[in-house]
Design a protein around this ligand. Sequence first.
Ligand code: SF4
Ligand code: SF4
Length: 280
Amino acid sequence: MKIAVISGKGGTGKTTVATNLATVMKATYVDCDVEEPNGFIFLKPDIKESLDVTIPVPTIDTDKCNHCKACVDICQFNALIHVDKVMVFEKLCHGCGACQAVCPTLAITEEERPIGRIQIGTYGEEGMACLSGTLNLTEPMAGPIISQLKGRLGQETSLIDCSPGTSCNVVKGLLDATYAILVTEPTAFGLHDLLLAIDLVEQMSIPFGIVINRVHESHNQVSLYCKSKGYTLLGEIPYDRQIATLYSNGELLVRQSQYKAMFHEIADGVKEAMACSSSL
Ligand code: SF4
Ligand code: SF4
């Protein structure tokens, strides 16, 4: 059972929600925000395993190549061009293998190219599983790392901490999700980007609930909007100096009993909403 945590924009508190909720739900935490993973700053897991992530990219044997350009034509990512010889633009290559499959002279072989790393560890006395991916600097493709992270999950409950925004990396994180938690903030920008996130999960037919972070108004417009639309409001995290202090010290909010109770309430709301959506 995968629960994806997304936000229409960065800086809304998505990782705060994902890490703290994972601990109270005793769920596997998976940091799929591989361009800027920061969940481990708060969980500080005991790292058990660290692995390179690679993708296969083509290399061309010019002696065997007959210049038919079949490989160039089949590549959907413009990673190959033919100018006197076939040239490979490695960072555009998605490692799909299509070029090798169509080459009539077997001139194409593959080499593994590292694009990032994944780390696997445990948190706390109960050994809560934690996974995190990191895309190497200057690498453009996060997808294979997200796939490898999710490929290591079984049937256990997992919290998928997705990339911010509504990019293809977020879609990759959302695939197979049973439920989505949308984290936003009570501002006009927050509402604007929340609507993009809602549009995405509705297009993917994923049931969702909303958590509003940094709530400091009694009538915030996002809360009013959610109520007017009948959206599930899972909880509101207060705009609070103590929370900011814990966050800036790299500590989980659940270390304080009042915030632990707040995340238990959010977790109960998630379980209830998931039970309702699965019975429909
Ligand atoms: S492996 Fe796929 S993406 Fe990469 S160059 Fe070949 S056809 Fe293009
Ligand atoms: S498909 Fe093979 S033979 Fe044809 S251009 Fe590409 S590498 Fe050369």
